[in-house]
Design a protein around this ligand. Sequence first.
Ligand code: ATP
Length: 567
Amino acid sequence: MLYKKLAELYKELSSTTKRLEKTEILSKFLKYLPESDRDVLYLLLGGIYPEYDERRIGISNQLAIKAISKSIGADKNEVVKEWKSIGDLGQVAEKLKTKKKQSTLHSNVLTTGKVLENLRKLPGLEGKGTVNKKLALITELFTSASPIEMLYLTRTLIGDLRIGVQESTVREGMSSAFFNKEKTTSELIQKAIDKSNDLALVFEIVKKGKTRDLKKVPLKVGHPIKAMLPKKVSKIKDGFKEVGQPCALEYKYDGFRMLIHKKKNEIILFTRSLENVTKQFPEVVDYVKKHVKGDSLILDSEAVGFDKKTKKYTDFQAISQRIRRKYDIDQLKEKLPIELNIFDILYYDGKSLLDEPFEKRAQLIRKIVKNIPYKIIASKQIITGNEKKAIEFYKKALKDNQEGVMMKNLNSPYRPGRRVGNMVKMKPEERDLDLVITGAEYGTGKRSGWLSSFILSCKGSNGYLRVGKVGTGIKEKSEEGISFDELTKLLVPLIKKEKGKNIEIKPKIVVAVTYQEIQKSPNYDSGFALRFPRFTALRPDKPLSEITTLDEIKKDFENQKRNYRYG
Ligand code: ATP
C-alpha cells in the first residue's frame, strides 16, 4: 500500500475529535484494506509490531532533527529554530519539505512495506556506528517522502502520532466495517485482542468474517496477556452482592502485578503494562523453577516487598524502583526483597484455563505451588459466605499492612484485560489517583535546573485532561522515593514543546497522588482541580490505558460532597 494513503488517513482522523466520526473513517479504511497489508494496523497505533512485542522505534528528537536536516539539505540550526517557533517537529519537517519540493521535482514512491522494513531495523541496531546506521535508514525514507508523509513519519519516529486513535477505536472500526457494530461481536473482538495483544492478527480473522475463529485465538506462553481487573465496592455486604455468597476472599496485597510465563526451562516475567521485567527479578525465576510444578504455565501474582529484619510487609512505593532499575540488581534484590503471592493460573501444561471456574484454578495453584514464606506462596485465601468472618479477614489484611481484600466469584472465568464484576476490591476509603504527567515547569533558586512543578492529567474520552499541578511529596535528591533529579531525567526526553516557562510533556509517566479535596475549576480542561495534591509513588507498572478517568474523578467529587453533607 502507498504510505501516502495512510498519511491521508492520519490527516482525516486528526481532523475530528469525535469518536464516532473517527470510527466511521477507520471503518471505511479497514473494509478495503487487503489482508496482505495487515501490518498497517501496527502503524495506525504508532508502532511497528504487536503490542506484546517489546521492540519500539525509540528515536530521539535530536536524531530526528539530524535526519530532517540531512534529507532536506538544511542546516541543523535552521531545523532547531523552526522547532522552537512551531513546537511540533512533524510540522517542521512538513514545512521544510514543502519549501524544498519547489526546487526538486523528483521523488520516489514510498510504500507502507518500505516504511515498516526500515523502521523495523531500528530497534535491533547496537554497538559501533549505530547512530549513523539509524540516520541512513531514516534519511532514506525522508528523501522519498512528500510533505504530508514527512509530517507523519517524523511523528511516528519520535512516538507522538497525535491522531487520537486508540485500540478501542480500532476495535469499533473493525466491528463497524465487518459486523454492523453488533455489541456481542465488538466484545468478541475485544476478547481476542486482550488474549493476543495483536491487532493485525485479529484484523485478519474479522476480515474473513468468522466470529467463531475469534473465540479460538490461543493463549501463547511467552506473549504477555492483559491482566483481569476488579471493580470497587465500599462494603463487604456489597461485595457479596456483586460476586455471590459464598465467595473467595484474598488479601489485596500492596505490591505490583506480575504475570509469570514458564515454557520448559524458560521463565518470563511481565508487569501489568506488558513490560518484560525478567532481568530485574532473577530470584523470581529461581523461585518458580524450584517451587512450582509444571512444564508450561502462566501464573498471575502480586510481588510484595518486605522488611528483611522485621519481616513486615512494606508498601508498593518501597519496591517500585525494582521495576525500573536495570543495574546493580544483585544488590537491590538483597536490599528490597519480595515475596510472590500467586492468586491465579491461566494456563497449565498445554491447556488454557481461562474458562475454568476460579475455584478450580485456585485449587490447582495450591497443588503445584510449594509455599515457601518470603519467597513464593499461594495467596492467603478463605472461602466464606459469612459476613462476620469476611470482615475479620479484612481487618487482618489491614493489620498485615495490606491494602484490603479482593472478593472473587467461585465460578467465574478469567477475562484478560477486563474490569469485571466477578472480582471486586474492598479497601478503606482513601483519596488517591493514578495520573499522567503532561506538563512541567523548571524550578528556581535551590531547584533551578530541575523540573519542579508538574501538570497532572486524567483520561478523558478523547485524550488527556488536566486536573492539577503538583510539586509536593518529592525529595530534592534521594535514593528512595521520587526525587526532582530522577523525575527531570525521566521527563526531559519526553518534552514536546517549550514555550516560556511552560513545557508540554508527552504523556508517559504515570504517578500516584493523594489530595485533600476535588474542586470544580475553569482553569483546567477537565473542569476539576485537585486541592493540595501530593506525590506518593511512580507507577511504572501501570499502563496509560488504566489511569484514573474523568468519570472516576466526577464520581469522587460527588461522593465527597455526599460525605460532607452527612458528616
Ligand atoms: P489501587 O488504586 O486500589 O491501589 P491498583 O491501582 O493497584 O489499585 P486496581 O486495578 O484497582 O489497581 O486493583 C487491582 C490490583 O490489585 C491488581 O492489578 C493486582 O496488582 C492487585 N492485587 C493485590 N492482591 C490481589 C489478589 N489477591 N488478587 C488480584 N489482584 C490483586
